[in-house]
Design a protein around this ligand. Structure first.
Ligand SMILES: Nc1ncnc2c1ncn2[C@@H]1O[C@H](COP(=O)(O)OP(=O)(O)O)[C@@H](O)[C@H]1O
Ligand SMILES: [Mg+2]
Length: 160
C-alpha cells in the first residue's frame, strides 16, 4: 500500500498497535531512514505506551511493559548476522508484541511465524513510502487480516 506522508505511516502504525495480540511478531525491512523506528513509535502509541521510544541500536532490545501488551523493540542491524544464542525466542514466544528492525538479518533465528513489512522510500517524494505485507504462517496471516480489517474501517484510504 501507498503511504502518502508521515501521518499515513502514523495512522497505519497506530492501527497495528491496536490490533496486535500476544505473541505476534513483526519484522520491519527497509533501508536506513525508511521509517522502521517511526513505525515502531506509532505502534507503541497504538498499544497505549506513553513514553518515548528510543532506537535500540546499541542495546539490541528495549522492553516496554506499560501498554495493553508488552512491546519488545529490537534492532538487530548491529549484530551483522551474529545472532545465535541471543535467547530472542523467549521474546518471540512471549506475551508481548515483538517488533524487529532489520529482522531478516536473523535468518535461521527468525521467529517461526512473523509478519514482514517491507518499506520502500519513493525517489520522487521524500515523504512517501510504499509498504508491502508478507505473512509467514497462520498467526501472522491472522495478524495481517486484523490490520486490513481495521484499515478498511479507518480513514487511511490510500490502501491498494
Ligand atoms: N511517510 C513516512 N513514513 C515514515 N517516515 C517518514 C515518512 N515521511 C518522512 N519520514 C521521515 O523519515 C525518517 C525515517 O526515519 P526512521 O524511522 O528512523 O527510519 P529507520 O528506523 O528505518 O532507519 C524520519 O525522519 C521520518 O520523519
Ligand atoms: Mg531505526
Amino acid at each position: 500500500m501507498l503511504l502518502k506522508n508521515l501521518e499515513d505511516t502514523e495512522k497505519l502504525a497506530e492501527i497495528i498497535g491496536q490490533v496486535a495480540a500476544a505473541g505476534d511478531n513483526l519484522v520491519l525491512t527497509g533501508d536506513l531512514g525508511a521509517g522502521k523506528t517511526t513505525l515502531t513509535k506509532g505502534i507503541a502509541s497504538g498499544l497505549g505506551i506513553p513514553q518515548m521510544i528510543k532506537s535500540p541500536t546499541y542495546t539490541i532490545i528495549r522492553e516496554y511493559e506499560n501498554g495493553r501488551l508488552p512491546l519488545y523493540h529490537m534492532d538487530v542491524y548491529r549484530l551483522m548476522g551474529q545472532t545465535d544464542d541471543l535467547g530472542l525466542d523467549e521474546y518471540f514466544e512471549g506475551e508481548g508484541l515483538s517488533v524487529i528492525e532489520w529482522g531478516t538479518l536473523l535468518e535461521d533465528n527468525l521467529p517461526e511465524d512473523y509478519l514482514e513489512l517491507i518499506i520502500e522510500k519513493n525517489q520522487q517524494d521524500e515523504n512517501q513510502r510504499q509498504i508491502d505485507f508478507q505473512s509467514n504462517g497462520a498467526k501472522s496471516l491472522d495478524f495481517e487480516k486484523r490490520i486490513f480489517a481495521k484499515i478498511e474501517k479507518s480513514e487511511l484510504l490510500s490502501a491498494d
